[in-house]
Design a protein around this ligand. Sequence first.
Ligand SMILES: [Mg+2]
Length: 191
Amino acid sequence: MTLFLGEAILLRMNRKLFELVKTTTVTASMEGVQKSNTYAYWNGDGWADVPYRLRDQAEAMFQAQQGRETEQEALRDEELMSRWFRESFNHLSQHIHQTAKDEGWWDKERSDGEIIALIHSELSETLEALRNGNPPDDKISQFSGAEAELADVIIRIMDMCSARRWDIAGAILAKIKYNKTREHKHGGKKF
Ligand SMILES: [Mg+2]
């Protein structure tokens, strides 16, 4: 997911006013949030890129003019990562559910109990893999058995949340936020 954010300032140089524009490209992905800035100025006829050697100066002008908004920036990054996670999760859930439907697993409506039992069975397979020393998985051997079985748990959960139109991604984000506010070991629980 990519956002483009624009800021503009007016500079007075040699008794002339110049408009300086900064465009920040913010990209959210698995690697986190990446940002890059480009600077352009109005030279009277059109927009021209600020030469590379002057970019630090251009950035300093923006910072002097507007002050650092680090806290706001951090909040914006968090918001962007949340949106990226939610959209990716929901998109992948729909894809998983469509595959399961194409395979015929949803020809008849499935009960909540059946789906939950199948999620349990994938957790049990994870435990079995670990009991057997967690060898490479027999279908995707670049991953261990436990990794592959936990993937099955999550795939089944995503299939269910798409079928039921539940916003699990939103709930995960809300829970992460809530958990940060809880007491140490949730008020003295042993485990
Ligand atoms: Mg399995």
